[in-house]
Ligand binder design. Structure first.
Ligand SMILES: Nc1ncnc2c1ncn2[C@@H]1O[C@H](COP(=O)(O)OP(=O)(O)O)[C@@H](O)[C@H]1O
Ligand SMILES: [Mg+2]
Length: 258
């Protein structure tokens, strides 16, 4: 069963086709990666799927429901959660407080009850803290709970961001460059974490520039170039595809020429 279905998505920015007619699906427990050179349209595609941009064409179907252009908070309530390419961590809060913030994203409880400090509010706060501590254990940060987030290594911050996204108990998790800026050891820790989350049945959609990481952990890969899907398949098939090799060599040649 396909949990997330992307059907002919496209968007144009001032005449530039940033994404054009892209389709694919993600099943529970599956890791699907979208790769492509810088500027290929990966983040734009993500922003359309997660309700940040309204697509110019096509549909996003979540669990059989058309959710095209739905606001991120409403998508979250339907089971879609995401992280951002640029960290969205509160650096001066503790690690635990950051994880707890993930729980508050899913609450729509009455503000008045919070102001009056009612027992229901205190119970919810306690539950959020217990849940947040369990999530920190899951991402290997339980012993860093009381530390200031800004003092963590980059790899640990990336894992904290995944923990916060998991607080929404997603069915679909969208990760935008989860290993960007991480060293080899940190990248491997994030690999394991993503594989572990997939194993629990979450459908994972990954956008990642690091082709090696993608080859290690993906079940299925979608390759974008200049906004278009140029190839898809399992890692072995995609890595042998001449169009994919040309797209990556093309960007290297562009870099080489400045
Ligand atoms: N908000 C925007 N307005 C105008 N152009 C944009 C916007 N966002 C992205 N683009 C353009 O769309 C293309 C795809 O960008 P992006 O999705 O960020 O690529 P990637 O994430 O694959 O590196 C690029 O040419 C980029 O300049
Ligand atoms: Mg990007």
């Amino acid at each position: 069963m396909t949990l997330l279905s992307i059907e002919g998505l496209g968007i144009t920015f001032g005449g530039l086709k940033a994404v054009s007619d892209v389709s694919f699906g993600v099943k529970p427990g599956e890791i699907v990666s979208v790769i492509g050179p810088n500027g290929a349209g990966k983040t734009t595609l993500f922003n359309m799927i997660s309700g940040v941009y309204l697509p110019g064409a096509g549909k996003v179907v979540l669990n059989g429901e058309d959710v095209t252009g739905m606001r991120p908070d409403l998508l979250a309530r339907r089971g879609m959660s995401r992280t951002f390419q640029n960290l969205q961590i509160f650096q001066s809060m503790t690690v635990l407080e950051n994880a707890i913030a993930g729980y508050h994203l899913r609450e729509s409880g009455p503000i008045l009850a919070d102001l009056l400090n009612l027992p229901s509010t205190r119970r919810r706060a306690w539950e959020a803290e217990q849940g947040a501590r369990a999530l920190l254990a899951r991402v290997g940060l339980e012993r860093a709970a009381e530390r200031e987030a800004g003092s963590l290594s980059y790899g640990a911050l990336k894992r904290l961001e995944i923990a916060r996204a998991l607080a929404l108990d997603p069915k679909v998790l969208l990760l935008d460059e989860p290993a960007a800026g991480c060293n080899a050891v940190e990248t491997e820790e994030i690999d394991h974490l993503i594989a572990d989350v997939a194993k629990s049945g979450v459908a994972i959609l990954l956008v990642e520039h690091d082709m090696k990481m993608v080859m290690r952990i993906s079940n299925h890969i979608v390759v974008l170039d200049h906004g278009e899907k140029i190839a898809e398949g399992d890692p072995a098939t995609v890595s042998r595809n001449p169009a994919v090799i040309a797209a990556y060599l093309g960007t290297e040649a562009e870099h080489a020429h400045g």
